[in-house]
Write a protein that binds this ligand. Sequence first.
Ligand code: ADP
Ligand code: MG
Length: 308
Amino acid sequence: MVFLLMLQIKNLSFGYTKKEVLSLLDFNVGIGENLAIIGESGSGKSTLLKLIYGEYDLEQGEIFWKDTKILGPKFNLVVGYDFMKYVSQEFDLMPYTSVEENIGKFLSRFYPEEKEKRTQELVKVVELEAFAKTKVKHLSGGQKQRVAIARALAKEPEILLLDEPFSHIDNFKKQSLRRSVFNYLKAQQITCIVASHDKNDVLGFADQMIVLHDKKIIAKDTPSHLYNHPESPLIASFFGEFSIIDDKIYYAHQLKIVEQSDFTATVKQSYFNGQNWLVEATFKNQTIFIEHSNSLESGIPVHLDIIK
Ligand code: ADP
Ligand code: MG
């Protein structure tokens, strides 16, 4: 897919103190594009979103949305722009008013019909129809997170920044909510940047993903490319259990137990993972992981084959 360049990050460096948190980042995001930012806790994902939102002054570099240069508080009295919305990890809502009122808060009351229609549309996007009239203070953390997403969408931003957007939402709801929100953003051609450490927020939704590590972008590519060609254990670990054999990375499903081979490992433990079992084994004093259809007894030898 080809996207028009809309968000441009040029040579961005930043630190809260003298110590840099992000160093010389360069990347672009297109209109309607879904970009995932992944990295370990503390790698600077939230910081990067806040910088794009204009919450801090850059130490070095520039950020542009179309022709508008994003300025920090030193140059901008009020943080934020109409074309951009940001849903932080600490969403702040109005606790004593209903879900509907929270979502509609920034919509013009001079057009009540339109306001009502738009509010109901967004209540549906975040699957909160049953709670539309409920006061926010009676909602769970995950439900509040959904209200925060709907509210950010209310005034049709051109770009949406989402920080761990589904982290408080239970697994019963998560997958359908992800589809609903991300499909809505695509349909509206709203650019979105999603910080996450959960592969399920990314696979199937992101057009591109950026991996942050040690202040830098260590990889930027499509989820399928990074999944199929993880250049480092850090990247592979985002997607699942893996083993390093002869300096190559193999996911658990790439190691197959066979009748006979020269590649022999000893089973340590088996873990049920739903579809299969994850077998932890020892090979040349190293721990390796194998996906298998059954649980295996600790201590038994297994022969393995590598599926490339
Ligand atoms: P992530 O979102 O990837 O977990 P953060 O952007 O929150 O990472 O944090 C990146 C680094 O910046 C961490 O070392 C964190 O301790 C530090 N940091 C985050 N916010 C602040 C702040 N307000 N003041 C000082 N240091 C901060
Ligand atoms: Mg964070």
